[in-house]
Design a binder for this molecule. Structure first.
Ligand code: COS
Length: 384
């Protein structure tokens, strides 16, 4: 056997991409991260910088004007932005989430209608699956869509819509045949200007405060018939297939937030002196740092494997995408909490970024499916 050790590593292009995104993130996104959080405002500087550099929606295929970057590359972009600002990393992450149903299942005409303006950075997209009474049990949704001549007419509401109000395009799942349960749900592309569609006020959140989270309302919202994504009744499967591709991106966001907190902690413990020496000389501190770095690296590897498998179009992505998201987000919560601990009292103040990172990490255990749902998905895959 002649093992080829070159195969289990990132491509040179991935390393170059990381360097480029890290440089941009540190120069053009990090300086605004605290302000974006404090003022709960959209990170417009990050959006502009990402668009200008071609990093806002790298996953869009070249035939629709995009970069055609592979899934690992898109994870690297999200990870490096998240390392300095969790809110800003949702620009590439949620745009992938909002457009993936279209990329996976829409007609060629609909792809051509939606994707180019996302690829250029002119527009972003959001994903609308959850409702107030249908969170983990997504198939229990109540929003209805009925065909009326040449139009679909939608009624109901969606909630927890990340970057809602900013996005121009929304992938919306709605019931078209209530007698068929999950197989009576269809997916639609809704535009912000469609009549009968409105956006509610922003939620007041613990973290990712720079990313608006809103409700969407559909009151006889009327869209052209050809804005259905795929065949009627396929919307729930498209929604779950989408999550198979995008849960690794939340894993990437979590890895980035954790790495950011670890880097801050490493710098701080070298500077901070107690008992007449740098606290980095204490073995208790060293063991914490080692554990933090070990967990971040494990999470990173799992995220890239999940993304690579999604990129190859492998079947049965359920286990690995859920595992990557779940593991990485649990790691992010642990590592950011430990980073605050290493900063001591200073870590609990907004003078340093680790308390923001700890607050931002929490959502990664909740959205794109709670980590309890991820464990359900993993267990179902193990037992089937
Ligand atoms: N890809 C494609 N199809 C899938 C799939 C996947 N990954 N997983 C399941 N399906 C299919 C099933 O095979 C089933 O189809 P058939 O009836 O034809 O066999 C259908 O989809 C429904 O699946 P299932 O019965 O497993 O659905 P449940 O209602 O039990 O829900 C969970 C499954 C809980 C996993 C799903 O509702 C979920 O992921 N919930 C969390 C939602 C979420 O992530 N929300 C966050 C929104 S984004 S911020």
């Amino acid at each position: 056997m002649d093992p080829n050790f070159d195969t289990y590593q990132l491509a040179e292009e991935h390393d170059a991409l990381r360097d480029a995104v890290r440089a941009l993130a540190e120069k053009e996104i990090a300086p605004y991260a605290a302000e974006v959080d404090e003022q709960e405002r959209y990170p417009k500087e990050a959006r502009e910088a990402l668009v200008k550099a071609g990093f806002a929606a790298t996953h869009i295929p070249e035939e629709y004007g995009g970069e055609g970057a592979d899934s690992v590359a898109t994870c690297i972009v999200i990870e490096e932005v998240a390392r300095v600002c969790g809110s800003s990393s949702l620009i590439p992450a949620v745009t992938k989430l909002g457009t993936m149903p279209i990329i996976l299942a829409a007609s060629e005409d609909l792809k051509k209608e939606v994707l180019p303006s996302i690829a250029s950075g002119e527009n972003t997209a959001s994903y609308a699956l959850s409702e107030r009474e249908a969170g983990s049990d997504a198939a229990a949704m109540k929003t209805r869509a009925r065909l009326d001549g040449d139009n679909w007419v939608l009624n109901g509401s969606k909630c927890w819509i990340t970057n809602g109000g900013v996005s121009k395009w929304y992938t919306v799942m709605a019931v078209t045949d209530p007698s068929k349960g999950a197989n009576g749900i269809s997916a639609f592309a809704v535009h912000a200007d469609d009549p009968g569609f409105t956006v509610g006020p922003k939620e007041k959140k613990l973290g990712i405060k720079g990313s608006p989270t809103v409700e969407l309302y559909f009151e006889d919202a009327t869209i052209p018939a050809d804005r259905i994504i795929g065949e009627p009744g396929t919307g729930f499967k498209t929604a779950l297939k989408t999550l198979d591709h995008t849960r690794p991106t939340i894993g990437a966001q979590a890895v980035g937030i954790a790495q950011g907190a670890l880097d801050q902690a490493l710098a701080y413990v070298k500077e901070r002196k107690q008992f007449g020496k740098s606290i980095s000389e204490f073995q208790g501190v060293q063991f914490m740092l080692a554990d933090m770095a070990m967990k971040v690296e494990s999470a990173r590897q799992m995220v890239y494997v999940a993304a690579a498998r999604a990129e190859r179009g492998e079947p049965n992505l359920g286990f690995i995408s859920a595992a990557a998201k779940c593991f990485a987000s649990d790691v992010a919560m642990e590592v950011t909490t430990d980073a605050v601990q290493l900063f001591g009292g200073a870590g609990y103040t907004r003078d340093f970024p680790v308390e923001r990172m700890m607050r931002d990490a929490k959502i990664t255990q909740i959205y794109e499916g709670t980590n309890q749902v991820q464990r359900m998905v993993m267990a179902r895959n193990l037992l089937k």
